[in-house]
Design a protein around this ligand. Structure first.
Ligand code: FE2
Ligand code: FE2
Length: 361
């Protein structure tokens, strides 16, 4: 039996040059709790930091490998272009623009994308981030029971020639925003946008391999020409939260994504439990996809495989979760290691730069 459809994203893993700098940016500026500090289980000399909502719920989790020696990554086919985090509404988004701008970060937007409104900026390693509003959603220009079936062209005022960039630039919250107020809380992965050289092939793959369904077929609103397709957990009525995967189509492009700093390493989708994951594994093998064995990641179990364009994907179980080795009220406070690395704790600790000292817990 093949699994029905993944509920959506479990986590996204990116590459950072400096764990402390990443912590200051994501925890202290973006207000995302650090829910686990551990090491890369395949490379125990390197930090693996996990941010998420306070419990590290699947769909909210951003993780980073600290690889100081890594080269700068770059966009291209088989890679991620940007990661979007969700926010409640436009006012909260303007507060984010003010907070980030006041911190010396260059922010573009807000742009009305129709389905949501977006601002863009970069993390310290150059990873492109977006903060996108929850609504109004994919139903604004086609019926909710027939999303993604036709090519939808955006109205002129959403394309570059129809936008008043100077007016957009000036749109910002009127007061400084020194703290992340409750309305500003980032609600996990809103969407992840990558680049492929074959949208048709990607469409077949994401539908067949993961049970996602196309919810929008449109064009990149920053150039009006590049096709931009969206898939999500969609039952013909509603689109599931934290589940929108989008791809820009660069047909026949030879520009491959370059792994490294400021680039996504992989994207993980959800399986309910170990049994569901085995069903996914059998399903992928049955499609002729090469899949790793099940790997023990302590907080979940993982299998890895690649999309046809080369994007590295994972399916991770929802459980057991981040409270497996720490008090759920105090996640991320101390370095945690899996049992098979415990006897190397001193040696590993000496390789890692101190994380929390001086940065207010
Ligand atoms: Fe986006
Ligand atoms: Fe992962």
């Amino acid at each position: 039996m093949s699994p029905q459809a993944t509920l959506g994203f479990h986590h996204i893993t990116m590459v950072s040059r400096d764990a402390v700098r990443t912590l200051v940016f994501y925890r202290d500026l973006l207000g995302l709790p650090l829910v686990k500090q551990t090491v890369n289980f395949d490379d125990p000399g390197a930090y693996h930091l996990y941010f998420g909502d306070s419990s590290g719920k699947p769909g909210t989790i951003l993780t980073f490998f600290e690889w100081p020696q890594s080269q700068r990554g770059g966009w291209g086919v088989g890679g991620v272009h940007h990661l979007a985090l969700g926010v409640s509404g436009v006012e909260a988004q303007l507060k984010w623009k003010r907070r980030l701008t006041d911190a010396g970060i260059s922010v573009s937007g807000p742009y009305d994308r129709g389905y949501f409104t977006s601002i863009y900026f970069q993390d310290p390693d150059g990873q492109v981030l977006e903060i996108a509003t929850a609504g109004p959603g994919y139903g604004i220009d086609e019926p909710m029971d027939a999303l993604g079936q036709q090519l939808i062209l955006p109205p002129q005022d959403r394309l570059p020639a129809g936008r008043d960039e100077s007016e957009i630039h000036l749109r910002v919250y009127g007061e400084p925003v020194p703290t992340v107020t409750s309305d500003m809380i980032l609600e996990g992965i809103h969407h992840i946008s990558g680049i492929t050289d074959d949208l048709g092939q990607a469409h077949e793959f994401y539908e067949e391999a993961l049970g996602l369904r196309r919810v929008k077929r449109t064009v990149n609103q920053d150039d009006g020409e590049t096709e931009h397709w969206f898939w999500a957990n969609y039952d013909g009525k509603e689109v599931g939260p934290n589940s929108s995967m989008t791809l820009f189509g660069w047909p026949h492009s030879g520009r491959r994504a370059r792994p490294g700093l400021g680039q996504t390493h992989h994207i993980a989708f959800r399986a309910y439990d170990a049994e569901d994951q085995m069903a996914w594994r059998e399903h992928l093998l049955g499609m002729g996809v090469e899949v790793s064995p099940v790997l023990e990641r302590k907080y979940f179990q993982s299998i890895y495989f690649q999309a046809p364009d080369g994007m590295l994907l994972e399916i991770a179980t929802d459980g057991p979760g981040f409270a497996v080795d720490e008090d759920p009220k105090h996640l991320g406070k101390q370095l945690q290691l899996p049992s098979w690395l415990e006897d190397r704790r001193v040696e590993i600790g000496e390789k890692l730069s101190p994380l929390l000292q001086g940065f207010g817990g």
